[in-house]
Design a protein around this ligand. Sequence first.
Ligand SMILES: [Zn+2]
Length: 162
Amino acid sequence: MLSPDLSGKEFGRLTVIERAGSSKNGHALWFCWCKCGNASVVFASNLKRRHTQSCGCLNTEVITKHGLRLAPEYQSWKAMIQRCYNPKAAGYEYYGGRGIAVCESWRKSFEAFYTDMGQRSDASFSIDRIDNDGDYEKSNCRWADSETQQSNKRPKGTAFIN
Ligand SMILES: [Zn+2]
């Protein structure tokens, strides 16, 4: 199966230059230049799904450029990963422990999470999963205050600060 030619196309900050072969399991790789001057080799699938939009500089920059204003979203993202994947994290038993996962793009990139979720409109807001048994992914998450979250069928005594 021949994958489409992506050369010359732009994905965020990346401009695709040429095919860079395939990974061991046959996924197409492309050599890209980032606007910041770095080179990057990226999977075609990640470009097309817009999972990768820079060499990684955007990720760092989003955090540093917005400084403290962005810190809460970054903290929420980190805590979400911890709750789902670190058995030692507070509340893991109610998240990772019961099979709640973070979608692949969010798990790999704060940039992707921030692009989907945007800013918290208020400091008291945290990540709310609309379906309490569903995963952390764009279609199931919103920023909400604790009142909205509590009315959202979470079992008693399991309110965590996200
Ligand atoms: Zn870059």
